[in-house]
Structures are given as C-alpha cells and as structure tokens.
Design a protein around this ligand. Structure first.
Ligand SMILES: [Zn+2]
Length: 445
C-alpha cells in the first residue's frame, strides 16, 4: 500500500516547508519535493497543516474494570478524532503491578485499541517493587507512584522505588502532592462541615504541590534517578523544575490542557465537573505553565483523560468529596492547544509540535518511530484544518460520558484526517479504524 500526501505544509527543523509525503507499508518513505505517479491512494493536504500524530503520554482508559467511564476502543476513537495516534495508558483503580497483570493489560489493548499504545505500571509501593525488573523486561519502563493518598508512598518508599527503577533503566513517574499538608487541610475542612465544590480547591492549594515536588527532585538528585512528574498545575512547580533542570537533575514534567485553560474560578459554574487532582489553580499559575512550555521547562502536554459519568459528578454538588475526580480531554486536547495557545500567541507551532509529538515520544522511548515526520518513521500523521471554528458540544464528541469541560467553547483548529501507520483512521467526523489493528509499543527499544 502506497500513499501520496501532496502539498503538505509541515515543519522541518522549526521551519515551515511545503512537501510531498510518500507513505509505504505504514512507514514514511520520503518527505520532500519528490512525487510519484503510482500509488494506491492520494491525499491532498493543501488546505491543512500536517503534524506528526500526537503522542498522549497520560490517559486513563479505565479498561477492563470501569468501562462505564471509558474503554480502550471508545477512548482511542476519541483520541483518533483528536489527532492522537499513540497513547500511554495510565494505571488508576486496577493495579498493573506484576508482569502477569501487565501482559493481561497489553492483551486488552491489542484486542480493543484503535491506536498504538504503551502502558505505565503501578501503583508502585514497597511490596510490588520486586516486580519492577520483570515488568521492565516486557518494555513497560515507566512506573507510577503517589506522594499522597489514595496510593500514598512515604519518603522511604519513593527513594526505594527510585533505586529500583534506576537499576532497571526505567522512569519513576510521580503524582506529586504532599500528603501531610493535604491531610491537615482535609481534616480542617471536614471539621468545618465543608462539602461545597470550592472546598476541593482549599484541600490542595499551591504549597501542597510545591512541597512534594521539592522533595522528589531532591530524592532524584540524590539517587541519580530518572524522574518524571505528572500533571503539574502551579507556578511554583514551574520555578522548581526550571531550577532543577539548570542543576542537571534528570527530571521531565508534563502539564495538561485543563491546567492551561481553566482555573478554580470556573468551578463556580461547573462545580464538581471540574473536580480533578491536582485541583485547578489561578490565572497566574496558568500563565506560568504556558511560559514553562515556551522555554522548555515543561516538556510535554498530556491529556490526563479521566472521564467519569455525569451521575458520578452530579453527587458533588451536595458533597464534593463524593464526586469523581477527573475530566474527559483526549479529543479536545489539540483544538484547545491550537485555540488557546497558538491562536492567542502563547506558543509557536514549532513548540506546540514538540510538546505533544516529539517530546512525549522521546521521554517515553518511542522516538523516532513516533512523534516525527521523517523517513523511516511510522506514518502517523494528522492533517489539521487551522481555520475551522467549531463550537464544542459534549454530544458531538466520542466520549462515553457525553460531557466535556469545554462545552460551548468556540475552538479554532480541528483535525480533519488522522493516519495511523499509513491507514486513515479518522476523516471528517468518521472513525475508520477497527479494533485489533493496534500494536503495543515497548519503551526504549
Ligand atoms: Zn492521571
């Protein structure tokens, strides 16, 4: 199967060029002036901008246990519609912490996913840390742990995990919020009888993230570990990471569309629908995160797709502690970054492409197979129409849960066509992929 993509506007070394992309047997055969006369399919990309398929390094697909919220097929359909062609599924309520469990989860993905995928293992603690070596051998070399409840690992455990992941050339991926500070706040709020949505914001204010990040950076420096910090939400985190990188600590960090576009104030209107961990912060934090993306302090943007059903959110109007924490985001990640980032002058196209394509592929070891448009790479591409404006409606998106935190937002810049290893898997609103075509991607191989 040979495909010619004509008139593609792409970035090469941050420069805009017009090129033809020739795809053969799922791989990029050439990028440049060359044209061919024999092909099976021709795609005219004249009206769009061509990006490498996005690599989303943190998404909860809830499969196989909580498929009322999302599953591999449905979640990766939403991903394809959003221009995402690789996903790293993030463990949540169902443990993926032994080689056996990792293999089982890979099977589920191979049967049900529409796009290529990898996994983070977790939630790691002292007991299951003995499995790290065996799991790493399968190619899952990112291990998630928490410095706070509900998967709290204490300082000793975090350092022990760092030693173990480092010994197996793997990444320790940390949800960094400080349990001691958070718990003090929680006890006070509960004693005051607070159950309103704003109480969630007061539970984990900025110092909670700041304190945990300071600590894990210090540990990583001591152990010489490879540290990745999930979903940062504060200006303080950006400052600490900038400093750590200057001091050559081996740390990478991600933020998410919601921390770049929404603040705690939006909870006034949307209440429990915006309950998430970490919680939303302020405009000051949001702008600091954009500046971190611009100067390279923040390495990548992940969707942190974590849908919950409406009913699981609605209970939070009365009692915020009972509401599901998380938002569906995978399908709108790219349109949101284009609209709020590129179109508002907060980020260049070159930088945007780095943080959603190249960097996640590099950080988790899929580069240059994924995350770039060059000869020999997988033909994972997304043709984006930068001019199309569309009002976001939960019902129009592919999520099972039927809602979005961006309801009613007018976003400009939408994927028109998504290609995975040479096959068109999404075009003009239609999902064209079938389950069973996805491949598991081992990290760093
Ligand atoms: Zn998460």
């Amino acid at each position: 199967m040979t495909t010619l993509i004509e008139n593609a506007r792409i970035l090469v070394n941050s420069l805009l060029v017009k090129a033809n992309i020739i795809v053969e047997a799922g791989k990029i055969e050439s990028v440049g002036k060359r044209k061919i006369t024999r092909f099976d399919e021709k795609i005219d990309a004249r009206l769009g901008f061509v990006l490498p398929g996005l690599v989303d390094a943190h998404a909860h697909l809830h499969d196989p246990k909580f498929t009322n919220r999302e599953d591999f097929t449905n979640g990766t359909a939403a991903a394809a519609a959003g221009g995402v062609t690789t996903v790293v599924e993030m463990v949540l309520s169902t443990p993926v912490d032994t080689a056996e469990r990792v293999r089982r989860k890979i099977k589920v993905g191979e049967v049900k996913s529409l796009i290529d995928f990898s996994l983070h293992a977790g939630m790691m603690n002292l007991e299951n840390s003995v499995h790290i070596g065996k799991i790493a051998k399968i190619g899952v070399r990112s291990f998630k742990t928490f410095t706070c409840k509900p998967y709290y690992a204490n300082d000793h455990t975090v350092m022990a995990l760092m030693r173990e992941t480092t010994a197996h050339e793997s990444i320790l991926n940390v949800h960094a919020e400080d349990e001691e500070l958070a718990n003090e706040n929680l006890q006070r709020l509960k004693a005051e009888g607070r159950m309103d949505p704003a109480a969630h914001l007061e539970w984990k204010p900025n110092p909670v993230e700041e304190r945990a990040i300071k600590k894990v950076i210090h540990f990583a420096h001591d152990v010489k570990a490879r540290l990745h910090i999930s979903h940062i939400s504060t200006a303080e985190a950006v400052r600490l990471i900038r400093k750590a990188k200057n001091e050559r600590v081996n740390v990478t960090v991600e933020t998410c569309p919601h921390y770049l576009t929404l603040t705690g104030k939006d909870m006034k209107k949307l209440g429990p629908y915006l309950k998430m961990n970490p919680s939303l912060k302020t405009v000051r934090d949001l702008e600091a995160l954009w500046s971190g993306l611009r100067d390279g302090t923040v390495d990548l943007v992940t969707s942190e797709h974590a849908p919950g059903e409406r009913s699981e959110k609605e209970v939070g109007w009365k009692d915020i502690w009972k509401a599901w924490g998380g938002v569906p985001t995978i399908e709108t990640m790219l349109p949101v970054l284009l609209s709020e980032g590129l179109n508002k002058g907060r980020i260049s196209m070159a930088r945007l492409q780095k943080v959603v394509c190249e960097n996640p592929a590099r950080v988790f070891g899929f580069y240059p197979k994924k995350g770039t448009i060059q000869k020999g790479s997988d033909a994972d591409l997304v043709i984006v129409d930068l001019k199309t404006k569309r009002k976001v409606r939960g019902g129009d998106l592919h999520y099972k849960v039927g809602w979005t935190p961006y309801e009613g937002w007018r976003l400009q810049g939408w994927p028109r066509l998504t290609m995975r290893r040479g096959s068109v898997i999404y075009e003009d609103g239609q999902i064209l992929a079938k389950p069973g075509e996805a491949r598991f991607l081992p990290m760093f191989q």
